[in-house]
Design a binder for this molecule. Sequence first.
Ligand code: G6P
Length: 372
Amino acid sequence: SAAEKGGYDYFMLKEIAEQPKAVADTLLGRIDVAGNLTLDEVRIPASVLREVDKVVIVACGTAYHAGMIAKYAIEHWTRIPCETELASEFRYRDPILDPRTLVIAISQSGETMDTLMALRHAREQGAKVLAICNTNGSTIPRESDAVLYTHAGPEVAVASTKAFLTQLVACYLVALYLGQVRGTKWGDEIQSVIRELSEIGTQVEQVLETMEPVRELARTLANKNTVLFLGRHVGFPVALEGALKLKELAYMHAEGFAAGELKHGPIALIEEDLPVVVVVPSPRGRSVLHDKIVSNIQEIRARGARTIVIAERGDETVAPYADHLIEIPATPTLLQPLVATVPLQVFACELATARGNEVDQPRNLAKSVTVE
Ligand code: G6P
């Protein structure tokens, strides 16, 4: 009913708007006044976490993209090798697992069969499993050694939005916590990122307030057949998520690429007026990446692409090459997905509406897939 949708036309719009609160709720009570993480609810003793020598993340769909981003954060802040794998592929390749492996299973519903079978396999091999889950008491957390709940509240729209942002927050918390208990050389960075993370809801709010041009742009693209998405570093999984959203909602051909791969194939797809969304990393921080992506944008634009650029506010080097510029607030590089994903959600939702699609219940999809 209209009341359930809180005055929005679709649950998805309501859930997109709820993201600042979902993010804040997921942080609530997990950072103490001194700026340290307090994840006592994660019932894996610090002594065990100190001995972990490998992290393996398993998930499906949007949750898998959160897991891809988590890999960058975990390896950078903890120096523990981390791999992220599609849950449906995981157990069939006979993965190497032992009691020093920490497996993180990410699932909004807690009922996805592929993810459940992956975690069962991991536990049989003696690995410890930590679930990141949005649904209290669901099967995946029940069968795990520990759980860190995301506090997105119920997510009704099939295409995941607020659950994704809270999965990212939970992944950052776990990565930072591992760094904290293991005392890595990134101590100062961890402290400052914890501070920035605790403010991030405000930045997500700022993004939501500036989305009208994104909606206008989406409406002009309703007759296109293909949209490409490019990103690098954590912007790569963001590009994949932007493409997934467009497939799910607008039923358009959409693909995400790592920008560095462009020259190894995808650049052949570029033609006159093809919309290409590019996620640009902060010009501060890893500036090498920034320069490389700016030259990627020049390359595709020279071949006629219509460039839709998501970049940090005030990034002047990239602006001249953007046919459409979508500005997002400055964040630490690793946290950028929390703000960069939001315009892509709005973009896909508006394109779906413009194409007359059912936003909350896309064809052929289910909110939670309980078969393998
Ligand atoms: C389904 C949904 C996706 C979701 C995926 C994983 O395919 O349509 O939106 O990302 O399952 O769901 P989970 O509940 O495990 O996060």
